[in-house]
Design a protein around this ligand. Structure first.
Ligand SMILES: Cc1ncc(COP(=O)(O)O)c(C=O)c1O
Length: 439
């Protein structure tokens, strides 16, 4: 299809996510991907510095994953997963169980990040119910968290601010303050102390009625790449678990070396009872979600009657193609080359941080692992005018960067070269000059 025909039909029939079609620029037609590049229908090369909504790990159209999917497609493309099983799912579950921390040895498959979170919330609530602790109905979460766009995930992410039309349909969640921090933050200890004091009060009032705490470990992505310190999270997890409350880590975005280690949880000493995975799970090739939990939690669902079972599932549960992609991606993640790239990206981010911090129009430079972010003073919120103009500014320089409001961030695929990152940082400094101002 010619690019103009494609865009004409797109405008007539397609509904794009997180987009105000009335004001958004015409979408860019992408013909193919190659390593860190997306290549437009007009042949222009765009450097994908956000890994296409944080999913792509090894670069676009990576031949190792493409070949694994093709082989699997010629063997078994799909089979009902109730009452049946298959080698790609079992191998993937085994590999993840070996790799996950804290005895998270049971793997439940779903379709994306939101469903991985929904399954985690439902497992936690039903485990309490099945164990005779039916009074534990409440969910705790952190202010500023984002967990997806299904109803349970929205309820636990209410503070992200996108849900006004559904407010009356969301269930009540207790939110704790989130002590966001950055490189030269003098107030972090005071913020943490205040958050822990709130936690103590909440635990005294609601501890016995709470089933689970859900949080994005170390980095809140969607609400602005907001970091917190591992020691704070360790303390939260310790206090919550001491009250018999289950802990769910939403590693949908942080997993698979995004934070420099295989899991954000590897920066902590405390471990969760459940973890949610998606995004990078298949290297960015196919949608899949996973909820992993401990064996004791799994055992809470055993019994003679079906009503103790987890009556939850999706048509494409453990799709063999997605499992094959995930296995191929894990093989790539295990290579020395990937480890070196992850470390190198982290070092490059760190090398640029002083220059960002010194710029008068930028503030709160921060980063961990392969993710780096900085705030542009004086710019508006998500979907605001400056945010849209910034996207355009970067696209004109051949860079796919998609600021979250005033937050400029880099979250590249691991095949990105230093010279790519240097070009991106120079563009960020140019943008600071062009768009920044006093806040
Ligand atoms: C931490 C986190 N959890 C859950 C989700 C939802 O994932 P999905 O968009 O695949 O439903 C996201 C998506 O950005 C996320 O960042």
């Amino acid at each position: 299809m010619r690019a103009e025909d494609l865009l004409f039909q797109d405008a007539r029939h397609v509904w794009h996510p997180f987009t105000q079609a009335s004001t958004a620029p015409t979408p860019i037609a992408i013909a193919r991907g190659e390593g860190p590049y997306l290549i437009t229908a007009d042949g222009e090369r765009l450097l994908d510095l956000i890994s296409s909504w944080w999913v792509n790990l090894h670069g676009h159209a990576h031949p190792h994953i493409a070949a694994a999917i093709a082989r699997q497609a010629g063997t078994l493309e799909q089979v009902i997963f109730a009452g049946f099983t298959h080698a790609p799912a079992v191998t993937l579950a085994t590999r993840l169980a070996e790799r996950l921390p804290g005895g998270l040895s049971r793997i439940f498959f779903s379709d994306n990040g939101s469903t991985a979170v929904e399954a985690a919330l439902k497992i936690a609530l039903q485990a309490c119910y099945n164990r005779g602790e039916g009074q534990r109905r409440r969910i705790l979460a952190l202010e500023g968290g984002y967990h997806g766009d299904t109803f349970g995930a929205m309820s636990a992410g209410q503070s992200s601010g996108f849900y006004a039309p559904f407010a009356d349909k969301l269930f009540d969640v207790t939110f704790l303050p989130y002590p966001e921090t950055w490189a030269d933050d003098a107030d972090v200890e005071a913020k943490e102390a205040q958050a822990l004091a709130t936690l103590n009060r909440v635990l005294d009032e609601q501890g016995g009625e709470t089933a689970a705490l859900l949080l994005e470990p170390l980095l809140q992505g969607s609400t602005g790449m907001r970091l917190c310190r591992p020691a704070f999270l360790n303390e939260v997890v310790r206090r919550v678990r001491a009250r018999g409350i289950l802990v769910i880590f939403d590693e949908v975005m942080t997993g698979f070396f995004r934070m420099g280690r295989m899991w954000a949880a590897e920066h902590l000493t405390e471990t969760p009872d459940l973890v949610c995975l998606s995004k990078g799970l298949t290297g960015g090739f196919l949608p899949m979600g996973i909820t992993a939990c401990t064996q004791p939690l799994y055992e809470a669902f055993q019994g003679d009657t079906f009503d103790r079972a987890f009556a939850h599932g999706h048509s494409y549960t453990a799709n063999p193609l997605a499992c094959a992609a995930a296995l191929a991606s894990l093989e790539l993640l295990e290579t020395a080359q990937t480890r070196q790239s992850v470390a190198r990206i982290g070092e490059t981010h760190a090398r640029w941080q002083p220059e960002l911090s010194a710029h008068p129009n930028l503030e709160h430079a921060r980063g961990l692992g392969t993710v780096a972010a900085v705030n542009l003073r004086g710019a508006g919120g998500y979907g605001g005018d400056t945010s849209l103009r910034l996207r355009q500014f970067f696209l004109e320089r051949g860079l796919l960067l998609r600021p979250l409001g005033n937050v400029l961030y880099l979250l590249p695929p691991y095949c990105v070269e230093d010279e790519h990152l240097d070009a991106a940082y120079r563009a960020v400094l140019d943008a600071a000059q062009t768009f920044g101002g006093p806040s």
